[in-house]
Every structure is written in structure tokens, then in C-alpha cells.
Design a protein around this ligand. Structure first.
Ligand code: ATP
Ligand code: MG
Length: 734
């Protein structure tokens, strides 16, 4: 009698099952979002172990993130019914690190080699460049770093970079500097991130005995998110797969969103060429999303050309569902309020926060939502990144403002005294500390004294003097120009903004956007002190408690994930599709943006809410936006529009004039004058004024009684937490 089909196989459809049970030979699963590619891969892993085809250590499984690796490990264990140990399961980098530790000596390292972070990488490269007599002003190091990374992504060590490829940087010296950098890394027993794959690929390529060893070990290879592999990752995979040729890759060309990091969609096409008898399985039933969501996403992605072409249909029994919402709003604050209100409503009707996500195109967008969520007391996490006020550039900018407001803030001063680098090194700082300690005065004062006494020389002296004079000047300008103008001036004149403009790393533009958003945040406050206090309170509100949390992340970080309810804000030309992507990538860039939109929509199981704001305030100025072309590309019959940009434009508004030169004229937010459908969404700061003596409830501190009121701040004697000063927005009447 035929043996009974194991339970885990019955949970698959016939095509998925075919993909799981075709164990021998190369296999490519090419299928749209939510069709169960990851489920296939996980089940295949378990199946290999269950059938005794392989021991746990004989399967090599590659995921795109560590989180995905963890999930896969758990699911495999669930099928096995016991913890899965000794697995080779992880990201390309994690797996390569593990392998490289065994062969480090073949590339001149020892097995204890250190992996450098990006700061250290850059520092090392600068040293190499300085030693080579390169003018770092003319040829900033981050530009060369990016070039080196591109070479590494393509699997090219210095000796295989052709002279023809080395023309545009420092007069054709990039290759030589790359070689110098690699040899420094070797001297220090270090590898950078890109080296992990580069070294391993080189070792496998040039040491047949090592390769044969790994061939004996890995009988099966599994790869998720295959569309986003870059060339060196592909070469590494191909080398390892040449042994048993049992390689199974799953991917979706429509979800290729990492070309900016060197990912090459051609790897999918190359697969069938490199593995001539590869079997290709297509999955067409989507089990994740409702029909309208799928139809909207499919309609959108149909605008891309050069797709491999796939069918995607709803595979859920309850596939009928709500249309995709497209909501137009007046500005980004109203957008944040709309999102907040819908989240609260979802919570009220019993939805877990873990099933809700806000997916943004650019990191700076999280600020408006974070503030809204904090105000509403909705716990959230920023996945794959930092919360807005925790980001390095924002902490730096905050430190500048803290010194401005409070010259005795030593911690803040220390953070910025040599950021950007001005030649005020450790020695100079030590001197300042000595004086400060001896005389029990703040560092800024100690610095001034040192300068006066001639206690410092050369570059450090000039730089410190300029910085201190700067602060005097900016402080003086505060009453006249207002804190927003002064903050902007300060970030410019101190060289801080310039530092990021000079930085050619891929993160730099995002940091500059964050700084702009930071200035925008400032305009919402009437004084510098008010802003600083606000941020301090916002930060304090941030507990690390476990528990149910909403997810906030970029679209890039959302790959492979799914949520019941997904918010997709900021669908405006320039933001999404992002201007930079189109400038740098042209039509190709636009198509990648569209794939990103497709990834975003297909994260939603039940409801996708797309929104755009008709106006965005950019550092004090209002600019009218144009709704994203992607909105027009969503098929009408699957979309429900709420409000319209045109409607918004007809309304009257009193725009706060930030640059009146008189300061203090800033309204907290624009007030809508004409009554309209959205009036409900316009919730002014606080109408139900809270008076002294009122009993109130605070989301974090619980019940208490108000003892003093000052503008929007309340002093409250809390029953449990004692006396605290809080923002009135965090408080409701009890
Ligand atoms: P993405 O392209 O976004 O990475 P994917 O193709 O990897 O998606 P999965 O995440 O594996 O898709 O599956 C999507 C959802 O559908 C998951 O919740 C999964 O559990 C469910 N699913 C997959 N296959 C089936 C099936 N045969 N029956 C029921 N549910 C399924
Ligand atoms: Mg997946």
C-alpha cells in the first residue's frame, strides 16, 4: 500500500507540491507575490530531512534577512517536531563568514579576522588615500568606497578590474587604491562586508580541493528572494551548486528592488542557461491577499515592460474583500492623523497591532507617523532601522541645538565638537576636560579659557575658536531670526550639512532628507526650548517593552513580510516614484520604483490604504505636490477613492509664514477654514482645555492631578509616578 502522505505536504497545492518533491536537479520557482514561494522552500527543507535525503548539515539555505532565517528555522523545526540544529541557514553574509573562518589563511587572514563596520572601512580607506597623496577634498573617500563596493558586488578583486573600468576616479588610480586598501585590510586581519563574499568566491574558484570539500558537504542548496542576488552572490552559488546540481531558487522578477545595491535581475535568466536542464515551476495562486488587492497590484505592475510574465490569481477562499483605498489629504500631518485614526479604529474592532504596518518610501517619512503614534499611545517598532530621533544625524543635529540652548551641556558638546572633523582631536579634548574638572566648569567654558590662555595651538585652536564664535553668533541671532532660521544656519555654517553632502555613501542622501525633516519638525514649535523638551518627552515615551506593536518600515525592508492592514503613504511624484531613483536610473529607475509599489501593495492581506498629501512643507515653505503616477495606474474598478487632491486645493488655509523675520509667528499647524468632509480629521491641538486641579489620565504614567499649566505643558502629580511635566497631548481628562 502507498505510504500515507505526510501532513505538511497536504498543506500545499499541486504545483507547490511538485516544487517540494522534485528533489534532484536544478529547480527554479518563478512566481508572483504571496504564492507560497517561501512556504515551498521551508517545506522542501523539512522534506529533505524527513525523507532522509540529507542530514541537517547537508543543506545550504540562503535567506535575505536574518529575521527570515530565524522564521525559516522555526518553521522547519515545527514540521520536524524538534529543534533544527546544525543548519547552514542564513544570509549570504552570515554563511560566508562561517565558511571564511575555516579558510581565512588562504586569503592571508587568520580565522579570528574582524569584520569592519562602515565607519572603520572609511577611516582605513582614507588612510590609504592620504598615504597615496590623494587630495581628499577633490576626491572624497566615500566615492571611492562606493566604487570598491561595486567591484566587490561583481566579484572583482583588484587584479581583475580592467584598466578600462578605472578612468573616472582620481585619474585612473582607483584600482591601485583598491589594491592598497585590500592589503591594509589583510595586514590588520580585517575584512569588510563585501570581502566576505569576494574572498569566499575567490577561494572556491582557485582551490579545487576546497570546492570539492564543500561539494561533498552540501547536497542541496535553497535560495529565497533569488531576484535580488548580485553577481558575486550568484557566482558563489553557482560554484557551490556545480557539485550535486541540486539547487532550488525561488524568486519573483517583479519584486527585484535592490539593483542599487548591485542586484542583477539577469541572474534569473542566467539560471536556465547555467543549469541547462533546470525545471521551472510556476505558482499562480496567491494565498495572501484579497482579490481587489491583487488586481490593483497586478494592474500597476503591468505598466512595466520586459517582465518575464506570470499569472497571479486569488487563491484564498475568502478572496473577495475591500477595495484598495486611495485617500488624498491636505498635508502630511493630516495624512498622519488619518493613519492614526484608522489604526485606532482597527484596534477598537479587535485587530492586533502586529497585523498592521505603515510602509514608507523614504526614511524621513517615519517622523510624522512616529509622533502621531506616540501621541495616540500606540506602541510601534521601526523594522530594519532606527526610530527617527535615534538616527545618528538627528542625534548630531539635536546635540548642536542643545549646546545652542544650553552651553553647559557637556555631553552634547562632546558629540559635536569634532563632528564634522575639524581637527579637534583627543588631545585637545583631554585638555578641555582637565580644565573643566579642575575648575568645575562646563567644557565650552573650559575651551574658551584654554583659548584665552593660549593653551592650544595650530589647527585645533583655529577650529575651536571658530566653533565657539559660531555658537555666540547663533545664540545672538536667536531672538531676531527665530529658532528655525538659526538652526538651519547653524547646520550649514558649522559644516554639518556639508559633511553629508560630501559623503558619497548610499545612505547620505537619506540622511540629508532626515535633516530637512528635522528642520520641518522645528517649525511646529514656537521655541527652541519647546522643541528640545518635546523630543526629550518623545524619547522618554519610548519603552522597550515587548508586546503588541505596530510595524513602521521602508518598503525595502518589507520584502517577504505580510500584514492584514497596510498603509502606503506619500504616493506623490518625487517622493514615490522617488526623484533620485529616476534621475539616476531613468526609465529603469522608474520601473524599479513601480516594483517597489508592487511589493508594498502585495504585503497586505485584507486592506491596503494608499494615501497622498496635496501639500508638503519643506523647511518652512509649502510646496504643492502632484499625485503619484502610480495612483493613476491602479485599475479604477478595484480602488475606492476618498477625498481628492483637487478638493483639497480649493480649500482655504492660513499657511504659517515661517520666514517673516520676526520669529514667533509660527502657527502650530495650518487651520482649515472652510468646513468640509475632512474637518473631522482636523483635530486642533486641544479644545477641552485642562485646568489646574483636573484629574487626568496619561498613557504612560497613569492617573494624576494637574498642578500647573503652561502653554501645552502640564505639571501633574501622578498617583504612581509622582510629579512629572508632560505634553497635554499625551493626557486625557479622567
Ligand atoms: P513573497 O513573494 O511576498 O515573498 P511568497 O511567494 O514567499 O511571497 P509566502 O510568504 O510563502 O509567499 O506565502 C504567502 C502566504 O500564503 C503565507 O501566509 C502562507 O502561509 C500562505 N500560503 C502559502 N501556500 C499556501 C497554501 N497552499 N494554502 C494556504 N496558504 C498558503
Ligand atoms: Mg517569500
Amino acid at each position: 500500500a502507498p505510504s500515507p502522505v505526510p501532513d505538511y505536504l497536504t498543506r500545499l497545492n499541486p504545483e507547490q507540491r511538485e516544487a517540494v518533491e522534485t528533489l534532484d536537479g536544478p529547480l527554479l520557482v518563478l512566481a508572483g507575490a504571496g504564492t507560497g514561494k517561501t512556504r515551498v522552500l521551508t517545506t522542501r527543507f523539512a522534506h529533505l530531512l524527513m525523507t532522509g535525503r540529507a542530514f541537517p548539515g547537508q543543506v545550504l539555505a540562503v535567506t535575505f534577512t536574518n529575521k527570515a532565517a530565524r522564521e525559516m528555522r522555526e518553521r522547519v523545526a515545527a514540521i520536524l517536531g524538534r529543534p533544527a540544529e546544525g543548519l547552514w541557514l542564513g544570509t549570504f553574509h552570515a554563511l560566508c563568514t562561517r565558511m571564511l573562518r575555516r579558510h581565512a589563511e588562504l586569503v592571508g587572514l587568520t580565522s579570528a579576522f574582524t569584520i569592519l563596520d562602515t565607519d572603520d572601512q572609511l577611516r582605513l580607506l582614507k588612510q590609504v588615500m592620504e598615504a597615496g597623496g590623494i587630495d581628499l577634498k577633490r576626491w572624497p573617500a566615500p566615492g571611492l568606497m562606493a566604487q570598491i563596493q561595486r567591484w566587490k558586488d561583481r566579484g572583482l578583486p583588484p587584479d581583475r578590474v580592467t584598466p578600462a573600468e578605472d578612468t573616472d576616479y582620481a585619474g585612473g588610480r582607483a584600482r591601485a587604491l583598491y589594491a592598497g586598501y585590500q592589503s591594509r585590510l589583510r595586514d590588520l586581519n580585517c575584512a569588510d562586508f563585501g570581502d566576505l563574499l569576494l574572498h569566499m568566491t575567490e577561494i572556491l574558484r582557485t582551490h579545487p580541493e576546497v570546492l570539492a570539500d564543500w561539494h561533498r558537504r552540501f547536497r542541496y542548496i535553497l535560495v529565497d528572494e533569488y531576484q535580488d542576488t548580485n553577481l558575486v552572490q550568484y557566482l558563489w552559488l553557482r560554484l557551490l551548486a556545480q557539485g550535486h546540481r541540486n539547487i532550488c531558487c525561488v524568486g519573483d522578477d517583479d519584486q527585484s528592488i535592490y539593483s542599487w545595491r548591485g542586484a542583477e535581475i539577469e541572474n534569473i535568466l542566467r539560471f536556465e542557461k547555467d543549469f541547462p536542464n533546470a525545471k521551472v515551476v510556476r505558482l499562480e495562486s496567491n494565498y495572501r491577499s484579497t482579490r481587489p488587492i491583487l488586481a490593483a497590484a497586478s494592474g500597476l505592475i503591468a505598466h512595466n515592460t520586459g517582465r518575464l510574465g506570470k499569472t497571479l490569481r486569488a487563491g484564498r477562499n475568502d478572496a473577495d474583500g475591500e477595495k484598495v483605498r486611495v485617500v488624498s489629504l491636505w498635508d502630511s500631518e493630516e495624512e498622519a492623523r488619518m493613519v492614526g485614526e484608522r489604526i485606532e479604529a482597527a484596534q477598537r474592532s479587535g485587530h492586533a497591532l502586529a497585523e498592521i504596518a505603515i510602509l514608507v518610501r523614504a526614511g524621513f517619512q517615519t517622523r510624522a507617523f512616529e509622533e502621531r503614534l506616540i501621541t495616540l499611545g500606540v506602541p510601534y517598532r521601526v523594522v530594519g532601522g532606527l526610530k527617527f530621533y535615534e538616527r545618528a544625524e538627528i542625534r548630531d543635529a539635536m546635540a548642536y541645538l542643545r549646546v545652542l540652548a544650553q552651553p553647559a551641556d557637556d555631553l552634547a558638546f562632546e558629540r559635536i565638537v569634532n563632528t564634522p572633523k575639524r581637527g579637534i582631536g583627543d588631545t585637545a579634548l583631554r585638555r578641555m576636560h582637565e580644565v573643566a574638572r579642575a575648575e568645575r566648569i562646563p567644557l565650552t567654558l573650559a575651551a574658551a579659557k584654554l583659548l584665552q590662555a593660549g593653551g592650544m595651538t595650530g589647527k585645533a585652536r583655529a577650529a575651536l575658536s571658530e566653533l565657539l564664535h559660531g555658537f555666540d553668533r547663533w545664540r545672538e541671532a536667536l531672538p531676531k531670526d527665530g529658532h528655525v532660521v538659526v538652526a538651519a544656519t547653524l547646520l550649514d555654517e558649522s559644516g554639518y550639512t556639508e559633511m553629508w553632502k560630501q559623503d558619497k555613501s548610499p545612505e547620505a542622501p537619506g540622511r540629508l532628507e532626515n535633516l530637512k525633516e528635522f528642520l520641518r519638525a522645528l517649525t511646529e514649535f514656537e521655541s527652541l526650548a519647546g522643541f528640545l523638551e518635546h523630543v526629550a518627552l518623545v524619547m522618554e515615551n519610548d519603552e522597550n517593552a515587548e508586546g503588541d506593536r505596530l510595524s513602521l518600515m521602508t518598503l525595502h525592508a518589507a520584502k517577504g513580510l505580510e500584514f492584514d492592514m497596510v498603509f502606503l503613504p506619500g504616493w506623490e511624484e518625487g517622493l514615490f516614484p522617488h526623484a533620485r531613483a529616476m534621475e539616476e536610473g531613468g526609465e529603469k529607475g522608474l520601473e524599479e520604483e513601480r516594483r517597489l509599489a508592487y511589493v508594498g501593495l502585495t504585503r497586505a492581506r485584507k486592506l491596503a490604504i494608499v494615501s497622498c498629501a496635496a501639500n508638503r512643507r519643506v523647511y518652512g515653505n509649502w510646496s504643492t505636490t502632484v499625485p503619484s503616477r502610480f495612483l493613476d495606474e491602479l485599475p479604477l474598478e478595484h480602488v475606492q477613492r476618498e477625498g481628492s487632491g483637487a478638493m483639497a486645493r480649493n480649500r482655504m488655509i492660513d499657511v504659517p509664514s515661517v520666514f517673516t523675520g520676526t520669529g514667533g509667528l509660527m502657527a502650530r499647524r495650518p487651520r482649515v477654514i472652510e468646513a468640509g468632509a475632512w474637518e473631522v480629521q482636523q483635530r486642533p491641538a486641544r479644545q477641552d482645555a485642562i485646568a489646574v486641579g483636573q484629574r487626568v489620565f496619561h498613557q504612560k504614567f497613569g492617573y494624576g492631578r494637574v498642578t500647573a499649566v503652561e502653554d501645552d505643558k502640564l505639571d501633574i502629580e501622578f498617583e504612581k509616578a509622582g510629579q512629572k511635566r508632560v505634553l497635554d497631548r499625551f493626557v486625557e481628562k479622567a
